[in-house]
Design a binder for this molecule. Structure first.
Ligand code: ADP
Ligand code: NI
Length: 215
């Protein structure tokens, strides 16, 4: 089978019953969005972009004891079984290493156009209606409160403190989600983010109004 459909099927089966927000539906959306963003970036290598989008969450550090190499390693192992070219494997590994958000105060530079596209696609899936739903799904998975006005948001300036965070889910909007529109690499992604960002701002305002007994 061709490498891209084979990888899509492998990931779909691997993530079939994942309830943490890193499900096949998320990966499928990131894959579709990365392909869409690539239309405006003709220099991006389509094979590297699509494989990296499909494999970007294959072994997230959050679920592997903070092992940041688990993802790149798992991607390499899979791509080797498919006899993918070594240079493609190396480029996909680099994208996976660079994709994650690590805290508002932590720079997450990308070293390739393919990483720029996959990082943007992943970030777009963390905002808007889906982003809101994913944040509360993640918070529920971790047993977090929806909101606690006594817990102030923290603008994490190190990956270590961002990782240790156990704050109520509404804080995640101030600590990450509302910043993502300013942390995108491409104009195509910034255009998509406009509507999603506005929708999230309205959501947070309405949430806080209802919290205090307003309409
Ligand atoms: P990314 O792939 O952009 O690095 P993550 O893997 O950190 O994103 O997060 C996956 C999903 O879970 C995202 O939608 C993200 O916003 C959500 N999430 C991560 N951490 C939290 C948190 N502390 N509270 C609520 N949602 C979270
Ligand atoms: Ni992701």
């Amino acid at each position: 089978m061709d490498l891209i459909p084979a990888t899509a099927l492998f990931i779909e089966q691997k993530f079939a019953d994942e309830g943490s927000g890193h499900d096949w539906a998320h990966i499928r959306r990131v894959w579709l969005m990365a392909r869409r963003l690539a239309i405006a970036s003709p220099d991006a290598n389509p094979l590297v972009t699509e494989l990296a989008a499909l494999l970007h969450d294959i072994a997230d550090w959050k679920f592997h004891d903070g092992d940041y190499e688990a993802g790149p390693r798992a991607a390499r192992e899979w791509l080797r079984t498919q006899a993918a070219p070594e240079d493609v494997i190396a480029r996909v590994e680099t994208v996976i290493r660079e994709v994650s958000f690590k805290g508002v105060g932590v720079a997450t530079p990308v070293s390739s156009i393919e990483a720029a596209l996959v990082q943007d696609a992943d970030r777009l899936d963390a905002i808007g209606a889906i982003g809101i739903a994913r944040a509360f799904a993640y918070g529920g998975h971790k047993g977090r409160a929806l909101h606690d006005p006594a817990v102030a948001p923290v603008l994490h300036d190190s990956f270590a403190s961002y990782q240790k965070n156990t704050a109520p889910t509404l804080n995640h909007f101030y600590e990450k989600l509302l910043h993502l529109k300013d942390r995108l690499n491409t104009d195509a992604a910034r255009a998509v983010a406009l509507k999603r960002h506005r929708y999230m701002e309205e959501f947070v305002a309405q949430f806080l109004a209802e919290w205090d007994g307003e309409d």
